[in-house]
Ligand binder design. Structure first.
Ligand code: BGC
Length: 795
């Protein structure tokens, strides 16, 4: 049993050790480190060492560190399982910091990721399993608009981090949905920075309540996978401050994440991990960030520049990086005080880590309890796009025909580092069966046989991920099973209603494509929707489509053919249960879109410049659409989407009334906006209430609307009302003036629109600002080094 040393005793030991320059051993504290064996390979060793460092002695410890030790701790232990580096004792952890026994500094372990802890489910020579919970993808979580449930997800994720012996989770990820084709959008929340920041802060607060760390990533403007290591993102300072950095700013200020992960891409000419303006001027000087910064894995080109920029830790680390840092200090090109600063930033979290505190992890978190949280959050974030004549909820006595491959191979989440090695994924077949529905069995069996047969073929065999088993599985996409009309007719005669599942998947290292089978439906899928709708409608029966997707697909060409559409997202391992909860009405849908579903891909404001130029192999991507991302573009330029930002139906209806503002609408420091929401339908439900501001154009042009606050009512019973209150301060009205480097509220009349979506505005009021308010002055930073024409509504 490990024993903690008393603080005073530790201090004494530290003083002795530092004075004598000796290593004290045998005090019963174990740690993990890396060494070379006789053949020169790196091996992991467990040591019994004293714990000399503590929070109060960090400066003294740094003072006693050799240059080699400093250069060692700012570089990770290397990629476990690659280049001869052994797996960490927490198999599947993707990295960590080295221990320095002489000073009692233990290692820290890091593991992905955004949908839950990604570690290996099995370990060599052991029968015990180490499954983690696959939670809903971030896009699903954001669609809840409910920070309380997101915090509960974070709490559960952090518990698994702690109980499996990990110190820091490499999540949440919060890049904006700039373009729906980004292959990693599923890991991210929204096209809007406010909802992104609020969701991130809630998750981080939940994770860190377990006294483990969270990492907000990928900082910053990492909005595509195409050439992610080399692409130079060119973006205006205003778009950065108002959009791409804003979510990070909110998260830093409202949740204090232990770590920030800098991104792969270049930002306005300089790799993010080597960008002093990003990592020091903005992150620390402007926002007051007090955690440490790590690189993304293998990011950047110059370890010494990374040190200078304030990128404290290089991941996963190569010995050559340490050597370069040592040489730079010796030849005077790297100021040792900068290295000390970085070492300190890391050590401050080493002493907070569970590993440092000898936390005796159980290796058995309460997976059953966490599954419940995952199911609840998944269902809560599902979005009902359409529900003609109350096609949903499905009636209990209805016999259901389930169509679509996704009923069997329901997708829990995306691939790559955002995957989770969960023990199972509940299929939609199993979810509806468990909910008590009678499914048309022959049809289910036909789909099972079809999938089983194809999965035997080499082309469709499920294999370990190309990056190794720890990264989950590679599941080749099986083409949608073709259906004959007479087959559909036969099934129709035996059933009361049809449910069609359309599924999609994407993941790290590749962007999605604007092609059939990805953004567009395949011919088989189109025919399936067309024929099933015709056959069922002729018989007076209803058709529902469930979208088991990680981000928008084209819906405009087929949405009118069906009666109801539910975006079930990729809701984690409890997928089938969570989708069934909403289809059956056990859960009344209350999710709303946090990302626009455009009518066609060419309506996406970045469609013409994503993923950059030259088209065959992009080296640069210019964010010409500037501040007009997502609904900011659609509303300003009157481009109607299929389903707008903030949209989502319920099985009940809500009435908004009495939208009003206090102080006679005159803004002074703060102002409060109120609205009454009443459930006017016949079942209980929750409503997401959105506050958009339409700011006056002054020196700065403004988007037509910007989301400035949101809230979700409690569950309201029929006829029950709730008063929703939004307190706005000056920052909530401000825009960024990049000439003056100031957040400014220009004078004029601000229209406040309270809506059920960005377009379904239920009531308005106005706020008057008599004279310009300078809310905050920041450093001049991150200006683009390339001139370009930003999209403007004034042209
Ligand atoms: C991803 C990160 C991840 C890291 C470690 C990188 O490829 O971009 O999000 O945390 O790998 O797995």
């Amino acid at each position: 049993m490990l024993k903690k040393m008393k603080k005073a005793k530790r201090k004494r030991l530290l003083a002795m050790a530092l004075a004598a320059g000796v290593t004290i051993s045998g005090l019963g504290y174990s740690t993990t480190s890396f060494a070379n064996d006789s053949t020169g390979n790196t091996v992991q060793v467990h040591n019994e060492v004293p714990k000399l460092i503590d929070a109060a002695s960090i400066n003294a410890v740094i003072g006693a560190m050799t240059l080699d030790e400093k250069a060692k701790i700012v570089v990770g232990v290397g990629m476990p399982g690659l280049f001869g580096i052994p797996k960490l004792s927490v198999a599947g952890a993707v990295g960590g910091t080295p221990a320095i026994e002489r000073l009692g500094i233990p290692a820290m372990f890091f593991a992905d990721g955004p949908a839950g802890l990604r570690i290996s489910p099995t370990r060599e020579g052991e029968t015990k399993t180490y499954y983690a919970t696959a939670f809903p993808i971030a896009t699903n979580l954001a669609s809840t608009w409910d920070t309380k449930i997101i915090e509960a997800v974070g709490k559960a994720q952090g518990k698994e981090v702690k109980e499996y012996g990990v110190d820091i989770l490499l999540a949440p990820a919060l890049n904006l949905h700039r373009n729906p084709l980004n292959g990693r959008n599923f890991e991210y929340f929204s096209e809007d920075p406010l909802i992104t920041g609020k969701m991130t802060a809630a998750l981080v607060n939940g994770i860190q309540s377990n006294e483990v760390g969270a990492t907000v990533k990928h900082f910053a403007a990492n909005n595509q996978e195409t050439n992610r290591f080399t692409i130079d993102t060119i973006v205006s300072e205003r778009a950065l401050r108002e959009l791409y950095l804003k979510g990070f700013e909110i998260a830093v200020k409202e949740s204090n994440p232990w770590a920030v992960m800098s991104s792969y891409n270049l930002l306005n000419g300089s790799p993010a991990s080597q960008n002093t303006e990003l990592l020091t001027t903005v992150l620390r000087d402007d926002w007051g960030y007090e955690g440490f910064v790590m690189t993304d894995w293998f990011a950047g080109t110059n370890p010494v520049d990374q040190m200078r920029a304030g990128n404290d830790l290089i991941m996963p680390g190569f010995p050559s990086s340490s050597t370069a840092i040592i040489n730079a200090v010796k030849d005077g090109s790297l100021d040792e005080s900068l290295l000390d600063r970085n070492v300190k930033n890391i050590l401050e979290f080493v002493v907070k880590s569970p590993n440092f505190k000898d936390y005796a992890n159980s290796d058995s978190p309460d997976l059953a309890a966490h599954a419940k949280v995952a199911r609840q959050a998944g269902a809560e974030g599902m979005v009902l796009l359409k529900n003609e004549d109350k096609a949903l909820p499905l009636k209990k006595e209805n016999k259901v025909a389930l169509f679509g491959n996704g009923q069997i191979e329901t997708v829990k989440g995306g691939t790559g580092s955002g995957d989770v090695n969960a023990a199972y994924t509940v299929s939609i077949v199993d979810g509806l069966t468990e909910a008590g529905y009678q499914l048309q069995e022959d049809l289910v069996n036909d789909y099972k046989d079809y999938i089983d047969t194809l999965r035997q073929q080499d082309e469709y065999k499920i294999k370990p991920s190309p990056w190794g088993e720890d990264f989950g599985k590679e599941i080749p996409i099986i083409p949608e099973k073709p259906l004959e009309v007479n087959e559909i007719t036969q099934v129709q005669e035996d059933t009361d209603t049809a449910v069609i599942v359309i599924d999609r998947n994407s993941g790290e290292s590749a962007d999605r494509q604007h092609v059939e089978g990805d953004y567009l439906l395949t011919d088989t899928e189109k025919e399936m929707i067309e024929n099933i709708s015709t056959v069922y409608h002729e018989a007076g029966k209803k058709v529902t489509v469930v979208l088991n997707i990680g981000g928008p697909i084209e819906v405009e060409s087929w949405k009118d053919k069906v009666d109801s559409i539910l975006v079930g997202w990729q809701p984690g391992q409890e997928a089938g249960y969570a989708i069934a909860d909403v289809l059956t009405g056990n859960v009344n849908p209350s999710g709303k879109l946090a990302t626009t579903f455009p009518k066609q891909y060419s309506d996406v404001p970045s469609a013409s410049n994503f993923p950059g130029t030259p088209a065959e192999n992009p080296t640069q991507v210019v964010y010409e659409e500037d501040i007009y991302v997502g609904y900011r573009y659609h509303s300003t330029f009157d481009v109607a989407p299929s389903y707008e930002f903030g949209y989502g139906l319920s099985y009940t209806t809500f009435e908004y009334s009495n939208v009003r503002v206090n102080k006679g609408g005159k803004f002074k420091d703060t102002i409060t906006v109120f609205a009454n929401i009443k459930n006017t339908g016949d079942v209980a439900g929750k409503e997401v209430v959105q506050l958009y501001v339409s700011a006056p154009d002054g020196e700065l042009e403004k988007p037509e609307i910007e989301l400035r606050a949101f809230d979700k009512t409690k569950e309201l019973k029929p006829n029950q009302s709730q008063l929703v209150t939004f307190e706005l301060d000056a920052m909530d009205l401000a825009s960024f003036d990049s000439e003056k480097d100031q957040w400014i509220v220009e004078k004029g009349v601000y229209e406040v629109r309270i809506g059920a979506s960005s377009e379904n505005i239920k009531g308005t009021t106005t706020i008057k600002v008599d004279k310009e308010i300078v809310v905050e002055e920041v450093n001049n930073a991150l200006e683009p080094n390339v001139a370009f024409d930003e999209l403007s509504k004034l042209n």
